[in-house]
Write a protein that binds this ligand. Structure first.
Ligand code: NAD
Length: 501
């Protein structure tokens, strides 16, 4: 049997698993319904079919989840750090055994392709838990020079109850990079899932609760105003870690300011890719395919949605890039021949199409539409979008300024390296950037000049464990994925002076 013919079986199994999670949140170690029993429908973005009901948690559920977390936190914090790390790592081992199941659930709810996206994302969750679990013994303080008879030192204490608010684009990975460092450092967590992707995150939490003490990890689903806002504002929540849009990030920052609690904000991007005159041309074209995250429908904060190409290479670059993007197969996310699945929702598809129409209306612009939308009757109601590469637009057009979060990029020519740097920096965002050149000195000069939290040369890969990830300007506050960020964001430093003079 080929992979493609297996697809309906995988989907049917995922649908059954989704229905088991229907109307459930996870509080104090167990799945349960919400206080008001309110729910909303979750539809398969590829077929429009109803998947299940999602629990629409409200204030009473927020109170219950935070109370459970608060009750569990101090006992969890008093365990030896390595013991906590081993438990979190063991959670990773359990998840690794469930990678296929989690990948299928994610495919069902997100519409991202199983082969190119969801298997990898589900597999990485275990890796993240094992990475942070292994760092548990590194939660160290410092000693401060003192005179005889006096010992001055610092130690790291957990912040308490952490609220982790998630978006829909890479929910499993983003959940993992928030909960793993928070738990290892002795905090308890309440996760708020995105409206569109509650299921695989909830299943991960259910699996992790096999090894975590009850109450240490809780998951709520619901909308931003009814569930997210009361969670962030809850007096017992002492830290918020958020990934999502700039607008919501600012609301959360404001709410946190009322309580004077710290926040980590991973927000939007409009990442530039700079292809210099001496770049390895074919490598840069292939790199653009990855950089733009086309197989994720461009739904990535790090998508290279502005590609600046030296004028001498521009036309050939556009021709090769559009030809390659056009070869990607858009179709059933469960089919193993599919490269590109669906956009997350009708709202998001309409937003993306709105940008495409605005771009087409710009004088002198050309929309290079790539690939073919699926014609399968079963997928007729799906939110499929064709990748579009724009030329003939400027860096000041909305298409080049605003985050589209869809498979739409623009290629803009430049003449000098300084001009390319100025164009790249002329943006409200500053998350990631990439430079493509064979010259080491030019690379180093450009890296230094670019306003971004993360710059890569001759590659534009997704974030990696151990490499700080986060933005400057409107792209956010704080960093994730490293030991330093774990200590900085999930612990307080306590200074101690012992005077036996
Ligand atoms: P969003 O801001 O609409 O929603 C994110 C989460 O916030 C959801 O769970 C939502 O319910 C919740 N929320 C909404 N209003 C809230 C409020 N007032 N208080 C508390 N919670 C609230 O974002 P989205 O559309 O789900 O995700 C897409 C965005 O995420 C894009 O802008 C993208 O750039 C960003 N993103 C950033 C990174 C990064 O690492 N920088 C990574 C992935 C996605």
């Amino acid at each position: 049997m080929t992979r493609a013919t297996l697809a309906p079986t995988i989907r049917t199994t995922a649908l059954a698993a989704a229905q088991q999670l229907s109307n459930q949140v996870l509080i104090n170690g167990s799945l349960r319904g919400t206080a008001q029993s309110r729910s909303f429908d979750l539809h398969d973005p590829a077929t429009g079919e109803l998947i299940c009901q999602v629990a629409d948690a409200g204030v009473e559920d927020v109170d219950a989840a935070v109370a459970a977390a608060l009750a569990a936190q101090s006992a969890w914090a008093s365990r030896p750090a390595r013991e906590r790390g081993k438990i979190v790592a063991e959670g990773g081992r359990i998840l690794a055994e469930h990678t296929d199941e989690l990948a299928a659930l994610l495919t069902l709810e997100s519409g991202k392709a199983l082969r190119t996206e969801c298997r990898g994302e589900a597999g990485n969750v275990a890796d993240v838990l094992q990475f942070f679990g292994g760092l548990a013994s590194e939660i160290k303080g410092e000693t401060v020079p003192s005179t005889n008879g006096i010992l001055t030192y610092t130690e790291r204490e957990p912040v308490g109850v952490v609220a982790a608010v998630l978006p829909w684009n890479v929910p499993l990975m983003l959940m993992a990079i928030k909960i793993a460092p928070a738990l290892v450092t002795g905090n308890a967590v309440v996760v708020k899932t995105a409206e569109e992707t509650p299921l695989a995150v909830l299943r991960i939490a259910e699996l992790l609760n096999r090894v975590l003490p009850q109450g240490v990890l809780n998951v709520l689903s619901g909308d931003g105003t009814g569930c997210g806002a009361p969670l962030v504002a809850h007096p017992d929540v002492k830290k918020v870690t958020f990934t999502g849009s700039v607008e919501t990030g600012k609301l959360i920052y404001g709410a946190a300011a009322q309580k004077l609690i710290p926040v980590t904000l991973e927000l939007g991007g409009k990442s530039p890719m700079l292809v210099l005159e001496d770049a390895d041309f074919d490598r840069a074209v292939d790199g653009a395919l990855v950089a733009m995250r086309f197989t994720r429908q461009g739904q990535s904060c790090t998508a290279a949605s502005r590609i600046f190409v030296h004028r001498s290479l521009h036309d050939e670059f556009v021709a090769k890039l559009t030809a390659k993007v056009g070869q990607l197969v858009i179709g059933d996310p469960f089919d193993d021949t599919t490269d590109i699945g669906t956009i997350i929702s009708r709202v998001q598809l309409d937003k993306v199409n709105g940008y495409i129409e605005r771009g087409k209306a710009v004088a002198g612009a050309t929309a290079h539409e790539c690939g073919t939308l699926p014609t399968d009757e079963r997928l007729r109601a799906g939110f499929f979008g064709q990748p579009v590469v724009f030329t003939g637009i400027t860096n000041s057009d909305p298409l080049a300024r605003e985050e589209i979060f869809g498979p739409v990029t623009c290629v803009i020519p430049f003449d000098t390296v300084d001009e390319a740097i100025a164009l790249a920096n002329d943006s409200d965002f500053g998350l990631t950037a990439s430079v493509w050149t064979r010259d080491f000195r030019t690379a180093m000069r450009t890296v230094k000049a670019l306003e971004a939290g993360y710059v890569q040369v001759n590659q534009a890969q997704v974030a990696s464990l151990g490499i700080s990830m986060g933005g400057v300007k409107q792209s956010g506050l704080g960093r994730e994925l490293t030991l330093e960020s774990m200590l900085e964001h999930f612990t307080h430093r306590k200074s101690v002076v012992l005077n036996f003079e």
